[in-house]
Ligand binder design. Sequence first.
Ligand SMILES: CC(C)(COP(=O)(O)OP(=O)(O)OC[C@H]1O[C@@H](n2cnc3c(N)ncnc32)[C@H](O)[C@@H]1OP(=O)(O)O)[C@@H](O)C(=O)NCCC(=O)NCCS
Length: 163
Amino acid sequence: MAQVLSRARRKADVREMVILRGRAAVGYFQFNLCAREIAHYCAGPTSCGLEAMMVDRRLQAQGIGYGALCQLPEVLRAHLPHHDQIRLTVNVSNRPAQKLYVRCGFVDTGAVYEGAPSGPQHVYSLTIATHASTSIAASSTGQGGRPAPEAPADPCRSVRRRS
Ligand SMILES: CC(C)(COP(=O)(O)OP(=O)(O)OC[C@H]1O[C@@H](n2cnc3c(N)ncnc32)[C@H](O)[C@@H]1OP(=O)(O)O)[C@@H](O)C(=O)NCCC(=O)NCCS
C-alpha cells in the first residue's frame, strides 16, 4: 500500500482517499482526473476514474470494501462536485472485485480494455445523481409502504480525503 501512496502523491490530478475503520486506515483508492490517463475508460469531463482500490489483505472479505464503495455518491458530491460519473477497469479474472462493484451499483459498460499489463479489463461505470436531480416527495403509502433504506453496515467505517 505504501508504494501506491508515494507514487500517487506526485500526481496533481489524483485525489487520494483512505478507507478508515474507526481511526485505522484499512484501505485505499484514488480518483484520477487526468484526462490523458483516463481517456481509455472514462467518458468526458464529468467522468472520473477510480483506481487502485484495495483493502488490507488481513481484513478482506469482511465487508470493508462494500461499506466504502456504498459511500461513493456522497464522497463524490463532497470532494468532486463537478463529476457525476465514476468509471473503473477491473481485470476480467478478478471475480471478487467484479461482484463487489456490481453489488455497489456499478454496471458493466460492455467495453473491454486490452492495453493493461495485467491483461484485459472490463470497464464499469457508476452514474451518480447530482443534487439538482434529486428530490424528496411525501410518501402516500404510510408505514406499510416501502421499507426504509438500509442503514450502513458499520457506522464506524468512513472514507476520508487524504490531506
Ligand atoms: C476487491 C477488494 C477491494 C474487496 O474488498 P473487501 O473488503 O475484501 O470486500 P468485501 O469484504 O466488501 O467483500 C465483497 C465480496 O467479495 C468477496 N471477497 C473479498 N475478497 C475476497 C477474496 N480475496 N477472495 C474471495 N472472495 C473475496 C467477499 O466475500 C464478498 O463476497 P459476498 O458478496 O459473497 O459476501 C479487496 O478484496 C482487495 O483489496 N483485493 C485486492 C486488490 C484488488 O483486487 N482490487 C480491485 C482492483 S479493480
